[in-house]
Design a protein around this ligand. Structure first.
Ligand code: TMP
Ligand code: ZN
Length: 421
């Protein structure tokens, strides 16, 4: 553990309380996206405590420790997927948000955590003026090359003020799967208030804690994901910082997410019925009680043991096992289940930045899909299970020739050509 880059969470970043329930603890784990060059020894590889606690006041689920964002994000190896699933989803976001905000040609759309600019490019095709803000200097450079103007910065009140002066107010501020990575919510929401047009909308996409709790998908717990939100928690958060939760929509993307629309209370935009309906569903499922988090911890323990036992029994029968998708979730589940280079032949991944490197912690090599097709395993552990349908379609030949996949959640299961949908 490198103490100067990590600090334990004390007060809740949503409500300020400090009454936490311990939920799960995974020990010291390396950062999920910290891929390494192959080496003879990995002695100095940093690892940080990883676990989850739940705030008894607002029911935010938070990681136990926050790693310095300068360490995690200045050079970043997660490139937004160009899978069919995500390409379609980005078009959906551009259309839905465009309609809900009433975007006109030339209106400014600002995205935080805009990565390589793929989502903003979709808004630009719809006629918006776009600006990205992303601290990853390597990715901001890629976005700028493709013509999506991107500032290589964290989104703070200062950055928001600079953007306001240089570009005017934003009718839409968007944060896709970045909001749960932010520790200083007060600072970011102050920035949103400074930059948002009077009738503008702040739209975020976050993993939904209800899905996490129901599916036991503990591999979405890694150091970058600081917060796992319920709708009731989001409602508390935005009210506290002078904004208003207007709408939530459940989406299948990334294993179960929420698209959340937020506005200024004084703009008088209506609140949709889904907000109250989902808060009521959370109450019915008693997600405000300690028991729900104890049940989650039990489910996590069971999946962890069963998955590890399943892989080991397949290996004992003489099968070769490899990972499919060197996703951050994948590096997490392998570390947490103790599955390393002795068990997994390799992980295949489409991201050029990851190929030729080794996974953090387990040091399993990352291979290109071409390499994997020439040297297929008997069984793939599905590490990018959020794209399972797309991947099973793509790998129909592998399945037809007798190959199998393990799907980890909510209960580890082996699927073959006979059982694949
Ligand atoms: P994500 O779930 O964070 O988007 O990451 C998915 C990872 O899986 C990413 O590294 C790309 C990889 N991947 C493949 O290797 N093959 C595929 O067919 C898909 C859809 C993803
Ligand atoms: Zn709280």
């Amino acid at each position: 553990m490198i103490t100067e880059s990590v600090r334990p969470v004390t007060n809740c970043r949503v409500c300020g309380a400090s009454d936490w329930q311990d939920v799960v603890s995974f020990g010291d784990v390396p950062l999920a996206n910290a891929f390494l060059e192959p080496a003879d020894s990995y002695e100095d590889e940093p690892a940080y405590p990883l676990g989850v606690i739940s705030c008894r006041s607002c029911r935010l689920m938070s990681v136990t420790h926050v790693v310095d964002p300068e360490v995690m994000y200045r050079t970043y190896s997660y490139v937004t997927s160009d899978s069919e699933t995500i390409t379609r989803h980005m078009e959906f976001i551009a259309t839905t948000c465009g309609e809900r905000v009433g975007l006109a040609a030339g209106d400014l759309v600002v995205e935080l955590g805009s990565n390589t600019g793929q989502q903003l490019a979709a808004f630009a095709r719809h006629g918006a003026r776009v600006l990205g803000v992303d601290p990853a200097r390597n990715l901001a450079a890629v976005a700028n090359e493709r013509g999506v103007h991107t500032l290589p910065e964290f989104f703070t009140e200062t950055t928001a003020g600079d953007v306001h002066r240089s570009h005017g107010r934003a009718r839409l501020i968007l944060g896709r799967h970045v909001f749960a990575h932010i520790d200083d919510l007060a600072g970011v929401l102050a920035g949103v208030r400074a930059l948002l047009a009077p009738d503008g909308v702040f739209a975020i996409e976050v993993p939904y804690a209800m899905d996490l709790l129901e599916k036991y998908a503990f591999d979405t717990i890694y150091h970058e994901h600081l917060s796992y939100f319920l709708v009731r928690t989001l409602d508390t958060l935005f009210a506290r910082y002078g904004l208003k939760l207007l709408d939530v929509e459940r989406l299948p993307v990334h294993g179960g997410s929420l698209l959340v629309l937020v506005g200024r209370p004084e703009a008088g935009r209506p609140v949709t019925g889904t907000v109250g309906e989902l808060i009521a569903a959370e109450e019915r499922a008693e997600l405000g009680s300690d028991a729900a988090y104890r049940e989650f911890a039990r489910g996590v323990r069971v999946v962890r043991e069963e998955l590890s036992a399943l892989v080991r029994s397949l290996l004992a029968e003489g099968n070769r096992v490899a990972g499919y998708g060197a996703s951050a979730k994948g590096t997490t589940i392998l570390n947490i289940c103790g599955l390393g280079a002795d068990e997994m032949a390799y992980c295949t991944d489409t991201t050029a930045l990851k190929q030729g490197k080794v996974l953090p912690g387990t040091h399993i090599p990352v291979r290109s899909p071409g390499h994997a097709r020439n040297d297929p395993p008997d069984v793939y552990l599905m590490l990018a299970w959020n794209y399972a349908d797309e991947i099973l379609r793509k790998e129909a030949d592998f399945l037809r020739s007798g190959g199998r996949f393990i799907l980890p959640f909510p209960k580890p299961a082996v699927i073959s050509a006979d059982t694949a949908r």
